[in-house]
Design a protein around this ligand. Structure first.
Ligand SMILES: Nc1nc2c(c(=O)[nH]1)N[C@H]1C(S)=C(S)[C@@H](COP(=O)(O)O)O[C@H]1N2
Ligand SMILES: [Mo]
Length: 188
């Protein structure tokens, strides 16, 4: 087919239209499908499976989150929005004193919080210079928004554990910030 023929031009236009549709379809909707495909299993005295819409329908909690990796790399500070872990546990019977909350992800990562931490106590906290400071009251949330936007996969989205404070500048240990959370279990 000669490039200057009419059918050649039509073909070029069709290819360009399809190509731009493909590019447009690959940006924002990736984020949407990440959330749409996600399911959270919550297991306690009963079991519930939540979608992202179910999670977002629960009362939201927000605050400042800032964490540090074991190698001293700092992530944040962020504004974080999500649902308090106590409210999620409440859907399956709640957490009694002495029980634990097991948080896991598809990569096999597991982190355990005790009932005291669910009340915001018993965390190790640091200031900006990574000097340990007395811990203010904290909240553990399952975060779905970071700095006002949906959490990306690289940041642990669609849902990640965040430990938040009312005032900024409180740094917590990154190991508790479980990425890609898909299972929450209340255990003895
Ligand atoms: N699912 C999952 N979450 C995780 C981890 C992991 O390996 N898997 N690593 C944790 C640790 S040890 C840290 S310090 C922070 C940040 O880790 P990154 O540097 O791998 O993002 O995420 C935490 N959350
Ligand atoms: Mo870490």
């Amino acid at each position: 087919m000669r490039p200057h023929s009419l059918s050649g031009k039509i073909l070029l236009v069709v290819v360009l239209v399809l190509f731009s549709a493909l590019i447009a379809g690959c940006s924002a909707p990736v984020q949407d499908s990440l959330a749409a495909d996600w399911r959270l299993t919550v297991n306690g005295t009963t079991e519930r499976v939540l979608t992202m819409n179910d999670l977002k329908a629960l009362p939201s909690a927000d605050g400042y989150g800032y964490c540090v990796s074991t190698t001293g790399f700092r992530f944040g500070p962020y504004t974080c929005k999500g649902v308090d872990l106590k409210d999620i546990a409440g859907l399956v019977g709640g957490v009694n004193p002495g029980q634990q909350v097991w948080i896991s992800a598809p990569d096999g990562y597991l982190w355990v919080f005790d009932s005291d931490q669910l009340e915001g106590r018993g965390f190790v906290t640091f200031n900006e210079n990574l000097t340990e400071i007395p811990s203010p009251a904290l909240r553990i949330i399952l975060m779905y928004e970071q700095n006002g936007t949906a959490l990306s996969y690289d940041d642990g989205g669609p849902a990640r554990i965040a430990i938040i404070s009312e005032q900024p500048g409180v740094i917590t240990e990154g190991s508790a910030w479980v990425k890609w959370v898909d299972r929450i279990e209340i255990r003895e």
